[in-house]
Design a protein around this ligand. Structure first.
Ligand code: TXA
Ligand code: MG
Length: 321
């Protein structure tokens, strides 16, 4: 069982030391909590796969402390990428780039690209900077859940999800609830035209506006070069309960819907967000709450298909499939 460190234990030197020693540290980001390991330490990264029960064929995101670290991990960076990181980093945007020789096959699943992200949460930033000052180059951070399940958005959710599998030398940092609540936008920048792989809080429209160029959307049924990544599986982000979309909830079932939707008699309201941002922030917590209450069906009324609503509908489609 790992120790849980609360957010007022400030300097985060010890967690950075534990990472450099090869232990795992779960940490908060603005999107969801990640399960961190030293991206240059193969045996630590292998433990991440084992603890998550994640197939080896699904590569990991490397989190970096500074924009400049992009040079260490990648090569042949298209020019437009510099505008992107200028504007959107630190933040909830992951970029897929051609990897340098520094990036081991054990983080990229043998693919010739690597996913990089510079998070914005003060705890992840401090942790990354301390880790870098100890000679580290990046921290892998898949969402801190078992493969295929709901991402954790609080330290307690990480503890419930992975606590039994972590050892006494591993840590879970508590940074409170994540402010965004769903995983980062993933943009593949390994070719001349960027491709949106996973929608998130940074929307395609925001990217197009900043770049002043078009962005393709990844088509998993298309004939393009096959790319392996778990968010692209049909089933993902799944609680124990069955998730049912846009249908009238029955008594005894759970309900997640915007606050203007009244809870029918006998239905257990799990979240009543006021807008789509609050929806994102509450969604995973509400799905977990449904499981805690041993509810077997959770009804969700989807938000509209624009802005962060596009990402929410993407996650809900997979959670309900
Ligand atoms: O918000 C986030 O991105 C969180 C926080 C902790 O940073 N992390 C996260 O990691 O969501 P994960 O592993 O749960 O999801 C990352 C996705 C996976 O679907 C993975 O397969 C894909 O990114 N991915 C990683 N490297 C890739 C690569 N080189 N090419 C294509 N997909 C890649
Ligand atoms: Mg994940």
């Amino acid at each position: 069982m790992a120790s849980l460190i609360s957010n007022n234990e400030g300097l985060l030197i010890q967690p950075a030391i534990q990472l450099r020693k090869g232990y795992l540290v779960a940490f908060p980001t603005e999107t969801v909590y990640g399960l961190g390991a030293d991206a240059s330490n193969e045996s630590a990264v292998i433990r991440v796969y084992e603890i998550k029960r994640r197939p080896k064929s699904h590569p990991l995101i490397v989190h970096i402390a500074e924009k400049e670290k992009i040079i260490y991990w990648t090569k042949k960076i298209p020019d437009y990428v510099f505008s992107l990181i200028e504007y959107f980093w630190p933040g909830p945007l992951t970029l897929i780039l051609n990897k340098s020789r520094k990036a081991g096959d054990f983080i990229t699943s043998g693919q010739d690209t690597i996913a990089l992200r510079m998070p914005q949460h003060p705890i992840s930033q401090t942790l990354l900077l301390n880790f870098q000052s100890l000679g580290g180059h990046g921290i892998v951070g898949p969402s801190a859940n078992k493969f295929g399940r709901v991402s954790p958005t609080t330290a307690n959710a990480v503890l419930a999800e992975l606590g039994d599998s972590l050892s006494v030398n591993d840590l879970i940092l508590d940074g409170g609830p994540c402010s965004i609540g769903i995983e980062s936008t993933i943009l593949n920048c390994s070719e001349e035209t960027p491709v949106l792989m996973r929608p998130g809080a940074i929307t395609r429209e925001m990217l197009i506006e900043k770049l002043d160029r078009d962005i393709d959307i990844y088509d998993s049924e298309g004939t393009g070069k096959p790319v392996r990544f778990s968010g692209n599986l049909k089933h993902h982000y799944k609680p124990n309960a069955q998730v049912i979309l846009n249908e009238q909830p029955v008594p005894g079932a759970g309900l997640i819907a915007l606050s203007n939707y009244t809870t029918p008699k006998g239905v257990i309201r799990l979240a009543a967000p006021h807008d789509e941002f609050e929806f994102a922030k509450m969604l995973y917590h509400a799905l977990r709450l449904g499981d805690e209450k041993k509810i077997d069906k959770i009804y969700v009324f989807e938000p509209e298909n624009n802005g962060i609503g596009i990402a929410l509908r993407d996650r809900l489609k997979k959670a309900s499939s």
